[in-house]
Write a protein that binds this ligand. Structure first.
Ligand code: FES
Length: 264
């Protein structure tokens, strides 16, 4: 079995987020300690930690935004959660940055208003972090969905014209029970799957809460959603198990000249 490496497994965003979290909490703690009697060395450290958060926060956010665009499934509960996650974390950095207006320009001594704003930034980043954790643990964003014979992650972007067939894979590209994500220009996503009976194409979006079926499990002509386990027939889209009630859309696919072609 080949290893599964895909856009869900790149570690850059989760590798970077501990830095701004630590710096924000550290800035608050050192500034508070400085005001409570620690003095210059403490609030100078707090100032540098504040700067560290303002540098590493946007960097972590940049990779989070890439995840937001390409990994989080569109029109899903995770997309709403990821939107809130991003807005709250940006707000945390803005509040933290505004604390500089209440810090002495030459000694860096913070006023109580600065510590108050840093307290708010800590609260916001904890809230944003809780949402980020939910995106990982519940929505499995960034999780490797490996299963038996899953194969290497595959995806393709195509721009099909109505009534014309568009090539989406070589005939021997997928083994039975492997899938490939198809990205369309309007942001819509489909899945090419190989079942024992041949190739099938269906919606990537689970009708329950928008989970990505390409990131699910495919076996015996059935695809299982990774979020809550709904199961669908890949050939006619029928629901085989809930919680989803609605079927998924299926599309015409044909093989010729060693290629698999999609008709929309
Ligand atoms: S999103 Fe809930 S089962 Fe698919």
């Amino acid at each position: 079995m080949r290893s599964r490496a895909n856009f869900k497994t790149h570690p850059i965003h989760p590798m970077l987020i501990p830095f701004p979290i630590a710096f924000i909490v550290g800035a608050f703690a050192f500034d508070l300690a400085g005001l409570l009697g620690g003095g210059t060395a403490w609030w100078t450290t707090g100032g540098f930690l504040n700067i560290g958060a303002l540098i590493t926060g946007p960097l972590a956010g940049l990779f989070g935004f890439i995840d937001y665009l390409y990994t989080v499934p569109p029109r899903s509960s995770a997309k709403k959660r990821a939107t809130n996650h991003g807005v709250i974390n940006v707000a945390a950095l803005a509040v933290l940055g505004s604390a500089w207006f209440f810090r002495d320009g030459s000694t860096w001594e913070p006023g109580w208003a600065a510590v108050g704003l840093e307290t708010a930034a800590v609260g916001l980043v904890m809230w944003g972090g809780w949402l980020g954790g939910t995106l990982s643990f519940r929505n499995q964003i960034g999780v490797d969905h490996r299963y038996a014979n899953a194969g290497k992650w595959a995806e393709i972007s195509v721009d099909p014209k109505p009534g014309q067939a568009v090539t989406v894979a070589k005939s021997d590209e997928l083994e039975v029970d492997q899938m490939k994500l198809i990205r369309l220009p309007d942001g819509k996503r489909l899945v090419l799957a190989r079942a024992e009976s041949g190739y099938a194409v269906f919606d990537d979006r689970c009708p329950h809460k928008g989970g990505s079926l390409a990131g699910g499990l495919m076996t015996c002509g059935t695809v299982t959603c990774p979020w809550h386990g709904s199961q669908f027939s890949v050939t006619d889209g029928a629901v085989k198990a809930g919680p989803a009630h609605s079927p998924i859309g299926t599309y015409r696919v044909e093989q010729s000249d060693g290629e698999v072609r999609l008709m929309l």
